[in-house]
Design a protein around this ligand. Structure first.
Ligand SMILES: Cc1cc2nc3c(=O)[nH]c(=O)nc-3n(C[C@H](O)[C@H](O)[C@H](O)COP(=O)(O)OP(=O)(O)OC[C@H]3O[C@@H](n4cnc5c(N)ncnc54)[C@H](O)[C@@H]3O)c2cc1C
Length: 399
């Protein structure tokens, strides 16, 4: 066990030291005088958060609930150093969506364009005439006649974010304890009474389960069914040749191509990150293979070279895999569920990082006030799956 002492009781317990647990602990600690404790079984950011590509975009088609949460969160991330006295690696990188007008992807790109424009979030649209000049590194001429650029998109770093939120939470009085695994939730007469851990029991009447892909297992200990499938995604870091970097100093915008189920973004230190976004490969978050499959690397590199021919021979300078917590509709679960005092903050389906600050605030509002004016909590309810196992339904394009 590291850092703060292990208490036998707390008012509010947060389980999980990823971006969501630490953000929630931060907002709780700043909003209430009740004692707040966070337990993390391993190290902070050792789950999905540490593997995150940490893209901060605002374009979400017509799902403007996410546009607004992402924008709110992005302003928080920009002020991160000041708010939390902690550094956050951060780089601007416009995110562009290519599409053909009149297709589902085209409608999605257009809907997002309008959502951003209506909220004064910087956005540009290009037609087939402008695309080759605007994006000379991409072989997209004749393939797409619409490109929508989320101009103020950026990317950051998951580990920095979780460590920063933990820092802020501690400064506001929370106990952040790593190396302690919660083994079960405990409830009596419809009320949370505490948790069991591998270091002993801890009494509490409020628990927030923010345990990423492990959340369903913990919820299962008090018979709450949480429909999350942990899925493995694969990431490759390419090393662009010097001549390419000279021609294109920003390397590439962040982008994905319609139907590709993969995306690219520039990386800190002059790399280009290429990653799958498939939601298909169910896995075990404890035992998944952290090395991308040879076959997938070949597929990615081939698809990538087809769109960025000048990088066809780029070397590979890094590779790893990470795990998404995928819900049937790829929407989040932020809800009170089961016994009184039990809250779920999970199911971020591969697009949670950018919402980390808003999710922490929403969850703290839910716990302390039962409601929030930051976003419509009904959209993230667990009950939506009772009405329809497909929940809110899949969006047209979720990359
Ligand atoms: C490869 C990859 C790329 C991604 N790219 C993006 C992106 O570009 N933009 C974006 O917005 N999102 C992205 N995401 C998604 C984003 O990273 C996640 O939505 C977010 O990090 C989820 O955070 P979390 O805190 O819910 O989960 P996690 O980071 O998994 O945190 C859960 C924590 O709970 C701990 N824990 C689990 N069980 C217990 C227990 N029993 N007791 C104590 N502790 C426990 C775990 O050790 C872990 O640290 C990406 C994810 C991956 C994997």
């Amino acid at each position: 066990m590291t850092t703060d002492r292990f208490p036998t009781a707390t008012d509010i317990l947060v389980i999980g030291g990823g971006v969501m647990g630490t953000s929630t602990a931060y907002f709780l600690a700043t909003m209430t005088d009740q004692s707040v404790t966070l337990l993390e079984k391993s190290q902070l950011a050792s789950g999905s958060t540490g593997d995150s590509s940490a893209i901060l975009r605002h374009h979400y088609g017509d799902e403007s609930i996410y546009t607004e949460m992402a924008w709110w969160s992005h302003q928080f991330f920009k002020a991160f150093d000041e708010e939390l006295d902690a550094a956050l690696s951060y780089a601007s990188s416009p995110l562009v969506r290519f599409a053909e007008e009149g297709t589902t992807a085209g409608d999605y790109a257009q809907a997002g364009y309008e959502a951003l424009r209506d909220r004064d979030i910087p956005v540009s649209a290009y037609t087939d005439e402008d695309i080759p000049e605007q994006y000379p590194m991409f072989e997209v001429d004749g393939r797409y006649d619409l490109a929508v650029s989320d101009d103020s998109a950026a990317y950051a770093d998951g580990t920095d974010a979780a460590l920063g939120f933990a820092n802020g939470a501690r400064a506001a009085g929370a106990d952040i304890i790593t190396g302690v695994e919660v083994t079960s939730l405990e409830a009596e007469d419809g009320q949370i009474t505490g948790v069991r851990t591998d270091q002993g029991d801890l009494a509490c009447e409020t628990v927030v389960v923010a345990a990423g892909p492990w959340t369903s297992r913990l919820a299962d200990t008090i018979d709450i069914d949480v429909p999350i499938t942990p899925v493995r995604e694969q990431v490759v870091l390419l090393d662009p040749p010097a001549a390419y970097a000279e021609s294109y100093p920003s390397l590439t915008p962040t982008t994905s191509f319609p139907g590709g189920e993969w995306y690219i973004r520039p990386d800190f230190g002059d790399g280009v990150l290429v990653a799958t976004h498939r939601h298909t490969e169910a896995t075990d978050p404890d035992t998944y293979d952290n090395t991308p499959d040879e076959e997938t690397i070949l597929e990615l590199v081939e698809a990538f070279a087809d769109h960025v021919p000048e990088l066809a021979d780029a070397g590979i300078k890094g590779q790893y895999c990470g795990v998404y917590s995928t819900t049937p509709d790829h929407d989040f679960i932020i809800d009170q569920a089961g016994p009184e005092g039990c809250y779920l903050c999970c199911g971020f389906s591969g697009h949670g990082f950018k919402h980390g600050p808003a999710v922490g605030k929403l969850t703290a509002d839910l716990v302390l006030e039962g409601e929030s004016d930051l976003a419509d909590l009904a959209y993230f309810s667990l009950e939506r799956f009772d009405d329809d196992p497909a929940g809110n339904g899949l969006p047209a394009d979720n990359i």
